[in-house]
Design a protein around this ligand. Structure first.
Ligand code: PGA
Length: 253
């Protein structure tokens, strides 16, 4: 079975102490993850080492950065490179979250560079895609997300693509309390998998974990994750509440 993943995206929330307390509470629950399950915390940069040391004795709990710069190194004041993340022992990085695309003008081609630099530094990208409301209303969401994948991922060889984690996050569902229906999520995930299969073949596509993001909550996670092509979730708001994120981890297939 491909990996089933609950990924927390804290965004720019929580102080260091609040983050530490949140992790303590989640880990104190003693959840035992199966071999094919994974829980990842995408935390602010200054909390990466603390988070890594909190999870390092837990099976299948891990840590992610929320972004990295697309260049190797240099005069980019205030930025963080993939090499720096690797030097901290960070194995995952969220790439192309819609908030980065929207507020920091990250284009599909820049995201292709970010994916490359992560892979060069042994970091698995959690690559986000998803359409805005007007695209959904126009009914062209399938082409829109296909383009995002093609422009940012399809230059990669098959052996790299199979390990990338994809997060489908319809922008109209992020932080809005409006979740895609289980049918909408499954339909899009199956579409994403078929695009990957079209390019790389179905044995590769079947290995790629595709997470759903956008108002995943304790109350809807099990139903969303039960869909055959939904391999877990990327969770913002509900990942800040210990009991909610615990329930979401427990809802993994
Ligand atoms: P949300 O955020 O769960 O608060 O909708 C999801 C995300 O942006 O990753």
């Amino acid at each position: 079975m491909r990996k089933q993943i609950a990924a927390a995206n804290w965004k720019m929330n929580l102080t260091y102490q609040q983050g530490e307390a949140l992790l303590d509470e989640i880990l104190a629950d003693g959840i035992q993850l199966a071999e094919h399950q994974l829980a990842i915390f995408a935390v602010p940069y200054p909390y990466l080492l603390m988070t890594r040391s909190e999870v390092e004795h837990e099976n299948n709990f891990s840590v992610a950065a929320q972004n990295c710069h697309h260049k190797k190194s240099g005069a980019y004041t205030g930025e963080i490179s993939a090499e720096m993340l690797h030097s901290l022992g960070v194995p995952y990085c969220v790439i192309g979250h819609s908030e980065r695309r929207e507020y920091f003008a990250e284009s599909n081609s820049m995201l292709a560079e970010k994916v490359n630099i992560c892979l060069e530094n042994y970091i698995t990208p959690i690559f986000c895609c998803g359409e805005p409301l007007e695209i959904r209303e126009a009914g062209t969401q399938n082409d829109f997300v296909a383009e995002q994948l093609k422009e940012s991922l399809f230059h990669l060889p098959a052996e790299k693509v199979k390990d990338i984690i994809i997060a489908y996050e319809p922008i109209w569902a992020i932080g809005t309390g409006k979740t895609a229906s289980t049918a909408q999520a499954q339909e899009m995930h199956a579409h994403l998998r078929s695009i990957i299969a079209g390019k790389y073949g179905s044995s590769i596509a079947d290995q790629v974990s595709i997470l759903y993001g956008g108002s995943v909550k304790a109350g809807n996670a099990a139903e969303l994750f039960a869909s055959p092509d939904v391999d877990g979730g990327l969770v913002g708001g509900a990942s800040l509440v210990p009991a909610d994120f615990i329930a979401i981890i427990r809802a993994l297939k």
